[in-house]
Design a protein around this ligand. Structure first.
Ligand code: GSH
Length: 249
């Protein structure tokens, strides 16, 4: 059976595995809704030129992935994962046979409530991302090292220690920052219908998984309970890569 013609082009980061948490949120949204899509992998240095090509007016926009293009006569390009999820619901409706993705509104609030989580996770795995998740041959590693070392004002390998106070302290920060997930999963058994909130959290787990097997194992047992097992069970069906792959710029 031939696969259906893509209706969306999804720009993801290059690398041996899908790892970017924001890109995972979009991938989950596409898979959940059942939209046929193609994937264009971009190196870090190719993100800005691709954005400038797709968005002639970059005012107020950040040059980031994920980006999607809705293909066909009502063409539209957009970046930023949460607005992308909203647009996918708007354009691919239940009336037209696509599932409605719930929980997008809640993610906006949740993002603010768990604001310190992204930084704590980054402080934990930044060196692993560089070593294991990035494409070693397309300039991504050089770009990542240069830009992130400028932000943290130290070498990548020293970020956990110097900016996070060491691994134990960083893990404590993650535990505190993700307590809302633990509370949410207490009332679940991992078999319910996933919402965008679940995909948002699972995307962060996939980020750690692609970066370090050892840290992923620690994360899965962060609270010494089944919080993360239930979360990942809930989203499992929508994790498989479904898009056709190509390389951008
Ligand atoms: N709020 C954005 C954040 C996206 C984001 O930060 N993407 C990173 C990759 S994980 C990026 O494209 N960075 C570009 C750069 O560092 O130049 C979203 O949710 O899509």
């Amino acid at each position: 059976m031939s696969s259906p013609e893509p209706l969306v082009r999804f720009y993801d980061l290059s690398g041996p595995k899908t790892w970017s948490p924001a890109c995972w949120s979009t991938r989950y949204a596409l898979n959940y809704k059942g939209i046929p899509y193609s994937i264009t992998k971009l190196s870090y240095p190719a993100i800005r030129p691709t954005c400038e090509k797709l968005f002639p007016d970059m005012t107020g926009l950040e040059a980031t992935v994920p980006i999607i293009e809705i293909l066909g006569p009502n063409h539209k390009a957009l970046n930023n994962s949460t607005p992308i999820a909203e647009l996918l619901n708007e354009r691919f409706t239940e009336e037209a046979g696509y599932k409605h993705l719930k929980g997008i509104e809640e993610v906006k609030k949740y993002e603010a409530e768990t604001a310190s989580l992204g930084l704590a996770l980054l402080r934990w795995v930044i060196q692993d991302v560089w070593e294991n998740a990035l494409d070693p041959n397309d300039g991504s590693r050089e770009y990542f090292k240069k830009t992130r070392e400028a932000v943290f004002n130290c070498e990548l390998k020293d970020v956990t220690e110097l900016r996070g106070g060491g691994e134990a302290a960083v893990i404590e920060d993650i535990k505190k920052a993700w307590a809302l997930l633990r509370d949410r999963m207490k009332g679940e058994d991992g078999t319910g219908e996933p919402t965008y909130l679940d995909f948002y959290d699972a995307a962060r787990v996939k980020w750690i998984e692609a970066s370090s097997t050892e840290k992923h194992a620690k994360l899965m047992n962060l609270y010494g309970d089944d919080t993360f097992t239930k979360l990942m069970k809930k989203v499992e069906k929508y994790t498989m890569m479904k898009g056709k792959l190509s390389r951008g710029l």
